[in-house]
Ligand binder design. Structure first.
Ligand code: GAP
Length: 460
């Protein structure tokens, strides 16, 4: 990828190492040597992910009265994927190193060689010509095979017999449940256009190459908003949703506007369903600006296809005009794993040998950590446990009594805990504690009975 050149900024290696060391993300099946770009979210990663989900849901669903949310199954009728166009047209161009037989995405090799900036729309013959004219070689310096199409759908069989009739596909894009459920959602919620259906769900793609940690994997999650509207209002809603996504990243997630960029797809680069398509890109440290979300004007492509293949009338009756039509859909499809990774890059900083994840309190896995000043003083430990247990009922709070206070601060900074609460000898006499702020390192005394309100206020 042309953008994936060294551009300065935090290195991926640092993020990967922090994720493993502190339990945000582990290679899956690590005790077996790991398994090809599959990852598990560890205890802290799980908490961060749930907090990102809360922010996404608050912004996209709970704060709006024109949105409902569903949770669809991973297995769907195989015809869904024929209707959607994925069985026929969801493919990348593959080339093979003729010596090592390693396989590569042709567009990535062309972009990495800086022949073109966006090679995603090239046809088989165009790739073959470029390989020839530029004498393009594999990353190992060997000749490449002619290009061929490679379908990305992950296929499996359901049931006891493995034949053609039992073939099913894992969801190539999570949103298909939303189109297929459009009719029952409409019937059960009695909504009027415009309104949206949101969903967070798994997607699976047999990516030819997987790289950059959790950026591109074969199993991932998508966070979708599919907004259904009248055809003649679709362009205006498309503009609305582009603005909304910019605000989501900068206001709801707290990312710097400098780290967000937009890229419009060329007409021949768009996915088969899109009338217009923009990528929201995030600056992933040294690898540069990369797609984190797709905002697509899907027209009535999906409902037309599902109506045709299912034989079910999916039209909407507009009482005001007395017209019946298939709504248009504006799609905002974000990658959850990429949003997670972007959050790690966005809030990571170093101050000397201190590593800090400066998460806003609402994203931080732990909202506070509680320490006894000394671990061998029974009365301090007893009081600190009381404080910890009181707060733990309300918030995710960490307990730490290892090493000295300085080390505990460093350790909490590295996982993004915004407040460290120390119980010391004064606490026993006066009933107050020291609260140290991660970002300013300033310390203040707070009464034990005021701690809950203190933390709650920071989470607002
Ligand atoms: N329903 C539309 C759709 O799937 P997409 O642009 O192919 O559009 C949406 O995917 C988002 O899903 C992307 O912007 C990206 O964040 C995420 N995504 C796509 N492929 C991915 C992969 N292999 N690994 C991780 N995230 C991926």
């Amino acid at each position: 990828m042309a953008d994936q050149q060294q551009q300065g900024g935090v290195s991926m290696e640092k993020i990967v190492s922090l994720c493993r060391r502190r339990g945000f993300v582990f290679p899956s099946s690590e005790i077996y040597g790991g398994f090809a770009a599959t990852y598990d979210f560890g205890p802290l990663g799980f908490l961060l992910k749930k907090n990102i989900e809360k922010v996404w849901r608050a912004w996209n669903v709970e704060s709006r009265d024109d949105m409902v949310e569903i949770e669809g199954a991973i297995f769907m009728h195989p015809k869904v994927w024929e209707a959607s166009g994925h069985v026929g047209g969801f493919s990348d161009l593959l080339v093979e190193d003729l010596v090592t037989h390693k396989r590569y995405r042709a567009d990535h090799l062309i972009e990495d060689a800086k022949i073109l900036e966006n090679a995603g729309a090239l046809k088989v013959e165009e790739v073959d010509t470029i390989i020839k004219e530029h004498n393009l070689k594999s990353p190992d310096g060997n000749p490449l095979s002619p290009a061929k199409r490679f379908n990305l759908l992950v296929k499996t069989h359901l049931g006891p017999v493995e034949d053609e009739a039992s073939v099913v596909y894992l969801k190539g894009e999570s949103c298909q449940n939303i189109y297929v459920d459009w009719k029952p959602v409409l019937e059960t919620t009695h909504r009027k256009l415009p309104f949206g259906i949101a969903q967070i769900g798994k997607a699976f793609r047999n990516e030819i190459t997987v790289k950059n940690f959790i950026f591109r994997t074969r199993e991932f999650e998508q966070m979708d908003v599919q907004y259904f509207c009248k055809p003649d209002e679709a362009d205006q809603w498309y503009e609305y949703w582009k603005k909304n996504r910019q605000d989501f990243y900068t206001q709801a997630m707290g990312f710097s506007p400098d780290d967000i960029k937009w890229r419009q797809h060329d007409p021949d680069e768009r996915a088969f369903y899109a009338k217009d398509a923009w990528d929201v890109q995030y600056k992933f440290g040294e690898i540069g600006f990369q797609e984190v979300e797709g905002v697509h004007h899907r027209g009535n492509y999906d409902l037309t296809q599902h109506q045709k293949f299912s034989g079910t009338d999916l039209s909407y009756f507009d009482e005001a005009s007395g017209e019946r039509f298939l709504p248009y859909i504006i799609e905002c499809s974000g990658g959850f794993n990429r949003l997670f990774l972007a959050s790690m890059f966005e809030f990571y900083r170093e101050d000397g040998d201190r590593k800090i994840l400066g998460f806003p309190p609402k994203l931080a896995p732990y909202k506070a950590a509680v320490f006894p000043l000394l671990r061998n003083k029974e009365d301090l430990v007893k009081k600190a446990r009381e404080v910890y247990e009181g707060l733990h009922k309300k918030f995710m709070v960490a307990w730490d009594d290892r090493g000295n206070i300085g080390k505990r601060y460093y350790s909490q900074d590295e996982i993004g805990t915004p407040y460290c609460i120390t119980i010391d000898f004064d606490t026993l006499e006066k009933g107050d504690v020291t609260v140290r702020d991660r970002d300013t390192a300033a310390q203040e005394r707070v009464k034990i009975e005021d701690l809950e309100a203190f933390i709650a206020k920071k989470l607002e």
